[in-house]
Ligand binder design. Structure first.
Ligand code: FAD
Length: 400
């Protein structure tokens, strides 16, 4: 029913084998040590699972979003951190550069990703979260260069990522606002880019979230990724590319929930109380049934959203629907799976408590479930829904 090709089934089988083998074996240690799993990066690289979506002319395999989804789903069932690495080496920043970048930018980004770098995408600021358009990081044109100043936080990969795609408001030499653009910078090569601190996170601890500062960071014009409709629509086009990452985030949640469900299913047969396997109790049967329904619905939404992007990026409405439903369903499914284990589920000896911490993120990062509901509402109502009190008028320049 999911219409996977023979190639997709074999790709999925390869990812599942890696996931249930070495990646599952390391997952607890990745969480405990809070260390980025470079060993897993090497495994993914050797298996051709990094940068799969990069076109062949830049060294990738030109694979589809759905191909990436199959891999991310399989990896995340064992280790959400590794699943996220597969997201960010195939979707998000890399996909924006591959769609909108110059030849030089595409080559730079592809080479970094294919050699194991997970690019960072820098949008969120302390004062601009859901209201990302309120970002104050600025890039001033000074002669033949840009000077970037500002601060971002909750940047996934901060401190391990080399390539950064930094969203900044661009100003011309006279100080006129030109719109939002994405700048490419490389940690340890671009002066002025510094990692300020690591956020102490609830879950997904093997991948750092960091605050990043840009202080008089000088970049050449060739560092600016100019989307097709120019800087005026730069933010909208960059966020369009970000729909791929939203599908990827939904897929990680789906994978974690799938992994937890499999563990619960297995345990419900093994564990006996009152002289019978606990899955003979109807209360638990119905819980398992509901888990399976949520998983099937999540998978259908995620695959559909991935398929909607065959000729470009996934559809914004479908990506938002998939991410909202899957993230909320996954939180519930993992929580139910933990419950089926009783006290064991609460122990750090088993992965359920880690999965519960990891999966909690997906209604927050990459657009909260609330803000994405507004995206869905805007699409089904055919209306723009500015959230500022004075709506369109706020900026005073007729532009939102
Ligand atoms: P706020 O915007 O302050 O929201 C607070 C609450 O108000 C939320 O519940 C929100 O839904 C609600 N709210 C706000 N506005 C509205 C509205 N109009 N209607 C209804 N409810 C509303 N950002 C990056 O740029 N790059 C990254 O790599 C990245 N990685 C992340 C990884 C993790 C693990 C997390 C947790 C976050 C990450 N983020 C990243 C940041 C993330 O995108 C933001 O957290 C998110 O956009 C929400 O912003 P905020 O946290 O400032 O919440």
């Amino acid at each position: 029913p999911l219409d996977l090709s023979p190639d997709q089934k074999s790709l999925q089988a390869r990812a599942r084998a890696l996931a249930s083998g070495p990646i599952a074996a390391r997952a607890a240690e990745v969480d405990r040590s809070e260390q980025y799993p470079w060993d897993n990066v090497d495994l993914l690289k050797d298996a051709g699972l990094l940068g799969m979506t990069i076109p062949a002319q830049y060294g990738g395999q030109g694979k589809s979003w759905l191909d990436a989804v199959l891999v991310i789903e399989a990896l995340s069932a064992a280790c959400a951190v590794t699943g996220r690495i597969a997201v960010e080496t195939n979707m998000g920043a890399i996909s924006a550069v591959m769609a909108y970048g110059s030849q030089e930018q595409k080559r730079l980004a592809a080479d970094l990703v294919l050699s194991g770098d997970k690019p960072a995408i820098c949008i969120t600021e302390p004062g601009a979260g859901s209201d990302a358009n309120a970002m104050t990081t600025r890039a001033d044109r000074r002669g033949n260069r840009f000077v970037v100043n500002g601060r971002k936080h909750w940047i996934t990969g901060g401190g391990v990522s080399r390539l950064h795609l930094i969203f900044a408001r661009v100003f011309d030499a006279q100080g006129n606002d030109e719109g939002i653009g994405g700048f490419l910078a490389i940690r340890d090569e671009t002066p002025g880019l510094s990692i300020v601190r690591r956020e102490p996170t609830m879950g997904l601890r093997g991948i750092p979230e960091a605050e990043i500062a840009f202080e008089d960071m000088e970049l050449p014009p060739s560092a600016l990724v100019v989307p097709p409709r120019g800087l005026k629509k730069g933010f909208a086009d960059l966020m369009n590319a970000y729909n791929s990452q939203r599908v990827g985030a939904a897929t990680v949640a789906l994978g974690v929930a799938w992994g937890a469900y499999q563990l619960a299913l297995d345990w419900s047969e093994k564990r006996e109380q009152f002289g019978r396997p606990i899955n003979e109790f109807q209360g638990l049967q119905w819980k398992l049934a509901d888990m399976s329904i949520r998983l099937a619905a999540s998978q259908a939404l995620v695959y559909k959203a991935a398929r909607s992007g065959e000729a470009g990026f996934p559809d914004m409405l479908m990506a938002a629907q998939a991410k909202i439903f899957t993230a909320e369903a996954a939180i519930q499914t993992v929580n139910d799976a933990l419950q089926l284990f009783g006290a064991r589920g609460y122990s750090r000896d088993l992965p359920l408590e880690r999965m519960a911490r990891d999966v909690r993120m997906f209604t927050i990062g990459g657009g909260t479930a609330e803000v994405l509901r507004t995206v869905v509402a805007g699409a089904i109502l055919g209306k723009k829904l500015p959230q500022t009190r004075d709506g369109w008028q706020k900026r005073g320049d007729g532009r939102l």
